[in-house]
Design a protein around this ligand. Structure first.
Ligand code: AMP
Length: 190
């Protein structure tokens, strides 16, 4: 089973992905984590993308596409991926479909975590004290939320059309969201 977890920054995508990965024996593919790893390791790519990430914009589709193909093409992860933070644009959604076709896989469900800007800011400021992410401050959080709003509608419509979209109330507590997501996945697994 391959799952997409979708939602604005601070929606709880990472937290929920880790939970789902553990519970259902899947692998979390967080493009944000992979990109931050490049910055931390001071790679060439890392130096190209750090200012983009820290301004709350999206890095290019090509860069993230290369990162996810490495994952999708690896047999260890075949049909066991939770896409956390990818796709974020319609172009990425289409590209993901092409890649999945190439490696004979598909998406089983898209979980959309719905949260307000107010909640996003509150959570990001809480997370800042724990993770010290350079892009976790109020101003950049608002910018990231706006970046999300700009492209999310078309991505959501895309998955609505293919009947894969399930909306989850991201305002609820972590364990309530865990429970709702588990129910959805159990229903799909049958
Ligand atoms: P995240 O950890 O998912 O909040 O992502 C942190 C930042 O990494 C985003 O604000 C973007 O700058 C970049 N990023 C992560 N995933 C993507 C993606 N799929 N497309 C473009 N940029 C991304």
């Amino acid at each position: 089973m391959n799952i997409i977890i979708f939602g604005p920054p601070g929606a709880g995508k990472g937290t929920q992905s880790k939970f789902i990965a553990n519970k259902f024996n899947l692998y979390q593919l967080s493009t944000g984590d992979l990109l931050r790893e490049e910055i931390k390791n001071k790679t060439k790519l890392g130096s190209e993308i750090s200012s983009i990430i820290n301004s709350g914009e999206l890095v290019s589709d090509k860069i993230v596409s290369n990162l996810i193909e490495k994952f999708i093409s690896n047999n260890t992860f075949k049909n066991k991926i939770i896409f956390d933070g990818y796709p974020r644009t319609l172009n990425q959604a289409r590209n993901l479909d092409d890649l999945l076709k190439k490696y004979v896989q598909k998406i089983d469900v898209v979980l959309k975590l719905s949260v307000s800007l107010e909640t996003v800011i509150k959570r990001i400021l809480e997370r800042k004290t724990l993770e010290q992410r350079a892009d976790d401050n109020k101003e950049i959080a608002i910018k990231r939320f706006k970046t999300y709003e700009k492209s999310s509608e078309t991505v959501i419509d895309y998955y609505k059309q293919s009947n894969l979209l399930k909306v989850v109330n991201g305002e609820a507590g972590i364990s309530e969201i865990n429970a709702e997501i588990s129910e959805i996945i159990h229903a799909i697994k049958g």
